[in-house]
Ligand binder design. Sequence first.
Ligand SMILES: [Zn+2]
Length: 174
Amino acid sequence: MPSCGAPGEYRAPKSRTNLTEYWWFCLEHVRAYNGSWDFYKGMSPAQMEAQLRADTSWQRPSWPLGHIGGSAWDENMLHDPLRILATGGLNQRRAAPPPHQTPTELRDPLETLGLPWPTTLDAVKTRYKELAKRHHPDANGGSRSAEERLKTINLAYAAVRSHLAAEPRLAATG
Ligand SMILES: [Zn+2]
């Protein structure tokens, strides 16, 4: 500062485009300079937006997740004997059991309905209608045990039906 006689011991960059050259100020004047410093001065809103985005990734280029790695993946360039990273690899094979193995959560419901696995939505609906008719309390003189039996059948039907609806690939194998 021309009018200031204090020693210039504190530095501040000259401008946004010249961040490696500095002015030297005394403490009081460096504070005043920094207080009026506006990094974004003269930028358009789009330029400010771009600058903010660049800052969030440490000024390194970035892409949306999966944009590059997912589509341009060359499986031949990677030694992956367990195919953990491959499309349809280990993770996907784990998620779906073999089609003819009864899913654990359906063993009891299928036994209740008297159906084998795999089965179809049509077969389940047909069997449910038969059982609901046969075990309906009205057809059994208002029997308490028939009512309980019907509740169990309803739960079993709901479980199998929602499973088949969620996995149409398995439903089609029956
Ligand atoms: Zn000063």
